[in-house]
Design a protein around this ligand. Sequence first.
Ligand code: RB5
Length: 142
Amino acid sequence: MKIGICSDHTGVEYKARLISYLLGKGHEVMNFGTESTESCDYNDFAHPLARAIESGECEIGIAICGTGNGMALTLNHYDHIRAGLAWNTKVGFFVKAHNNANVLVLPARFISYRMAVSIVRVWLETEFEGGRHLRRIGKILH
Ligand code: RB5
């Protein structure tokens, strides 16, 4: 898949390691930054990722910040983005199976890298269940 990825300064290391992991699995990866551990604003990296998904340049995305909330709050302003936060593999399963999240958001300050990569693996492998969940995500936009 063509996967976009971004982080703020708190997620730089996890982002770099996840890029290697994803490339190793045969995915194409577009990196929207940041590349520095200098304090920065998560929005500056979330918006370019969001625009790439909205335009179809990327199929899905991964966004990382300290709690995950800044990224999720920013990304979910876009009509075609469902950015879901996951902090363990069970939530990683449900965020795809029930919410069909097309952007996975990870809280770098609260999970290990090992957990982060496990969540990514589960999210990528899980299929959306559709049915009642399709009806529910259809009611997100007001
Ligand atoms: C950075 O300190 C932190 O606020 C940011 O990574 C994120 O957690 C915001 O939601």
